[in-house]
Design a protein around this ligand. Sequence first.
Ligand code: ZN
Length: 292
Amino acid sequence: MRMGSLFGIRIRLNRLFLLLLFTLGAVGLLPQAMMIFTVVLLHELAHALVAKGSGLVVDEVELLPFGGVARIDDVLEIDPRVEMRVAAAGPLANLFLIGVGLVFLTYEQLPQEWVAFFIKINMTLAAFNALPALPLDGGRIYRARLCGRLGFRRATQHAARLGGVFAVLFAVSGVVGLFLGYVNLTLIILGFFVYAAAAKEQKTAMYVLMRYLVRKQGELRRYGCLPAEHIVAVGTTAVGEVVKLFVPQRYHLIWVMNDTGEVDGLLSEYDVVHALVELGTATPVEQVLNRK
Ligand SMILES: [Zn+2]
């Protein structure tokens, strides 16, 4: 469900999250539902604003019970350093809000049980997102760390698989809890959410390269031709560094030089992005050249 926009970012509410909030409201927990919604929104806005500040185009954020998913349509999302910064912003916002809550606790005229509930939601979101599993923020940081070695696609698979494992653990511990007489339906529901979102992340990773190509083709079709932009790189330069020099509306050609200053060969933009997704951001351009 589309809710409108804030700071130029479209906000969407996941249908199941809406259902969860409605259910809470229906059983007389409307204020709690509103508070959960507000904290999740603040968490998500922190991601989106840091992404915007890093020069990314944020189209839309979708709010999910465990935080949310920002749709960032940019090849820069595969820059591990940017992804780490954007991912850390959410849990850091929650830590900040915990601090605010603790200050509020010292004001006795404020309804203490509400302040305590506010702190609890923020603690849950921060702790939950510290898990190194996609689609959680910790999973994004974990993926960014793996990217250099494994490539974006395989790094995503690793982190998303962990997401699946945690999802099953949540659901199972929720069910075991039910049998032991400790009802925690949220855990079971969260298990399903995380499982579905982890599967989606894995699928999207396959499309990063394709999406990039589609956009490039679109640019080419729109303009008919694009001016070439030449980049000269020594063989040991990582593809992650080369991609940072890419600018829109240009087609990049990368000249690879050897130690003696001679040209070893020419790489296209496609070769470089392909290597980045498949082999990792740390892959030297000479290795990409040797693969051809
Ligand atoms: Zn988050």
